[in-house]
Design a protein around this ligand. Structure first.
Ligand SMILES: Cc1cc2nc3c(=O)[nH]c(=O)nc-3n(C[C@H](O)[C@H](O)[C@H](O)COP(=O)(O)O)c2cc1C
Length: 449
């Protein structure tokens, strides 16, 4: 059955992974409090916003990501890959809880929503956990996640700098001098969030990918003021349009998913026409950058698994480390046949903006940094086991690509590094026999205490 954001919060609670805070909390302090919790947090009482509760830091560990995907911590990438490959189309329903309250005209007031201030240098309060739906007459429906900075009671910014399908849709509308209608659903299940950040081919409806992840269709309701549909079980929805002003409004700075305090960007403006919500809404404060990075990891890992399989290499395990924001590095262990260490690297480095790939044999635990260091120490000869590719596609927010040296609108490139930490061809496997303690299984220390 299709699960909701609330079902996920309940699953965290049932798994002992949710901290409920009952004392009143000021939204300028919510982020700081969340960052001190090793569990997900639900603020039950928000100062000045009596209608709202706030949940956040929901996915800041592999264990909680596994709860989101309803699988074991070691099965996340495979689960995502398998289910995303079997999309299920959404269905339209007559009504849903996200429209229990409808606010239009003079009642539209974003200052009545508990937008949090998250990071020290941020340009304002931000909405971070969004599921944004748009449509293009030719290419169809699209969903993605885009952050939104509070500007006025009826306007937010949006970060639409990076190439994405919605940026393309916006450009097409702009070329005709028209606004682009969007609907922003907040408080949707992590499956929808994962589908939104999945780089699907342009004519693919990410809501069908979300259906595949759920194993059931996502029920959608028609928006009240725009020609779009949103997940019926969302906590709240902002309907409106991206104004046809191009990349002209200041937006940011904001703590980016690269874990770096960003700079001011030039972006379009979102004008809100209608707010719909549940009667007792929960505001999802996606704790940036950590939740974004944990959500990025399964998508990158699944793309890595797929690339390996297409290259006829058998993967055993894969990891997009959160230190690389779940995005820029991939580490994989494989069942290797001669030459496949290098083939695997070529496959992994083809994934999006992955700029570091490491491949090991399947006797290495890629989740154990010491085991990985050991493989890189004794299985790598730097003159034979490194691959460097220059001039590949990059992202502006990686400072090392020096995008400030580019002309306006220029796209940066990056070098990519692959490290083959598999046992080199021609080196006998028995030379890697690991030390085992003598009589290890014969005695137990506790029997001597
Ligand atoms: C929590 C979260 C926030 C995101 N914020 C932004 C953003 O502000 N701007 C952006 O361009 N991409 C952002 N992304 C990435 C896009 O949602 C992602 O690239 C998406 O795949 C783009 O959709 P597309 O497949 O339609 O191109 C975010 C992803 C997540 C998970």
């Amino acid at each position: 059955m299709k699960k909701s954001f609330r079902d996920f919060v309940q699953a965290l609670d049932d798994g002992g992974e949710l901290l409920r805070v009952n004392k009143p909390v000021d939204m300028r302090r919510a982020s700081a409090l969340m960052s001190q919790s090793d569990k997900a947090v639900m603020f039950e009482n928000i100062a000045d916003y009596p209608d709202w509760r706030v949940a956040g830091a929901l996915i800041t560990s592999r264990a909680r990501l596994a709860i989101a995907l309803d699988c074991g911590a070691g099965e996340i990438a495979a689960r995502f890959e398998e289910r995303a490959a079997r999309p299920i189309d959404p269905v339209i329903v007559d009504d849903g809880p996200c429209q229990e309250v409808v606010l239009q005209g003079d009642d539209v007031d974003l200052s009545a929503l508990p937008f949090p201030i998250m990071h020290l240098f941020d340009g304002g309060p931000y909405l971070s956990g969004t599921f944004v739906v748009s449509k293009d007459p030719e290419y169809g429906r699209n969903s993605g996640s885009y952050r939104m900075m509070y500007r006025t009671p009826r306007e937010t910014g949006i970060d639409l700098v990076s190439p994405s399908d919605m940026r393309f849709y916006y450009q097409r509308a702009l070329d005709q001098g028209k606004p682009l209608e969007i609907a922003v659903a907040v408080g949707v299940h992590p499956y929808e969030m994962l589908a939104a950040s999945y780089k699907a081919p342009i004519r693919t409806d990410e809501l069908s990918i979300a259906g595949g992840l759920h194993g059931a269709p996502v029920p959608l309701v028609k928006c009240k003021t725009v020609d779009l549909e949103v997940p019926a079980d969302a906590e709240f929805v902002l309907e409106g349009e991206l104004l046809p002003i191009g990349w002209t409004a200041d937006e940011g700075p904001f703590g980016e998913f690269s874990q770096i305090s960003g700079d001011v960007k030039w972006n379009p403006v979102f004008r809100v026409k209608c707010i719909t919500r549940r009667r007792d809404p929960i505001f999802y404060q996606l704790q940036m950058p950590w939740e974004n990075d944990w959500l990025a990891a399964p998508v990158t890992e699944a793309a890595g698994l797929q690339a390996l399989r297409i290259a006829s290499v058998e993967p055993v395990d894969i990891r997009a480390p959160v230190g690389s924001c779940g995005y820029w590095s991939l580490i994989a262990s494989i069942k290797k046949r001669p030459g496949e260490g290098k083939n695997a690297l070529l496959a992994l480095l083809s994934v999006a903006e992955v700029k570091l790939a490491i491949v090991t044999d399947d006797d290495i635990d890629i989740h154990d940094p010491d085991d990985l260091d050991w493989a890189m120490t004794f299985r790598v000869q730097a003159d034979q086991d490194l691959i460097v590719v220059s001039g590949a596609r990059a992202k502006h927010i990686d400072p090392s690509v020096k995008s400030w040296e580019l002309g306006k609108g220029g796209l940066p490139t990056t070098a990519k590094l692959g490290i083959d930490a598999t046992i080199p061809e021609g080196v006998p496997k028995q030379l890697y026999r690991r030390i085992r303690t003598y009589a290890a299984d014969d005695v137990r220390l506790e029997d001597f205490l």
